[in-house]
Design a protein around this ligand. Structure first.
Ligand code: HEC
Length: 147
């Protein structure tokens, strides 16, 4: 193959890799991401409430929450709104509202990570409460209730 053919082949491979992403796979992926977010949130809660105090762990959970919530809308591409999902149609019909809820959560987790690094217990508790409110704020409108 000459250089142009090689580049063309590489482009075709890249394009089919994108097309291979099925909505079902995206749904599984975002549910796994949300489960990870839920895990770090529950673990952080145990620490913030003083139930356990593993050395350095709160900063790790806070950083993970900030990373995992840094681009929530990308977990909800067009067309991933059917099947085994609790994602409501409003995520796509009210995209601006959904993006606002996502951005509130991103700000809340970033602020939480920042105050955790600072070490002030009262500020940490307040910032963690804001994170919880941000999760609820989105779930209330955009996620089906458990039956
Ligand atoms: C911008 C909206 C939004 C924000 C913010 C958000 N979530 Fe979610 N979450 C969803 C939606 C929508 C689903 C349902 C996804 C599905 O079933 O496809 C979900 C699902 C979940 C699940 C269930 C995952 C599973 O096993 O199926 C957990 C746990 C969860 N979220 C925890 C959290 C926590 C904790 C936070 C806050 C740190 C949070 N979420 C922030 C929208 C959001």
């Amino acid at each position: 193959m000459n250089k142009t053919t090689l580049i063309a082949a590489a482009l075709i491979t890249a394009a089919s890799a994108v097309q291979a992403q099925e909505p079902e796979d995206y749904i599984k992926y975002r549910q796994a991401m949300m489960a990870a977010i839920g895990g770090h949130n529950s673990a952080a809660s145990q620490i913030v409430r003083g139930k356990v105090s593993p050395e350095g762990a709160l900063a790790m959970h806070a950083r993970a929450l900030a990373e995992l919530t840094s681009d929530l809308p990308s977990l909800f591409p067009e067309g991933s709104d059917f099947g085994e999902t609790k994602a409501k149609a409003e995520i796509w019909s009210d995209r601006a509202g959904f993006e606002k809820a996502a951005s509130d959560a991103k700000s809340a987790t970033a602020a939480f990570a920042e105050v955790v690094a600072g070490g002030d217990a009262a500020k940490i508790a307040a910032a963690f409460k804001d994170v919880g409110e941000a999760c609820k704020g989105c779930h209330k409108t955009y996620r089906e209730k458990d039956d």
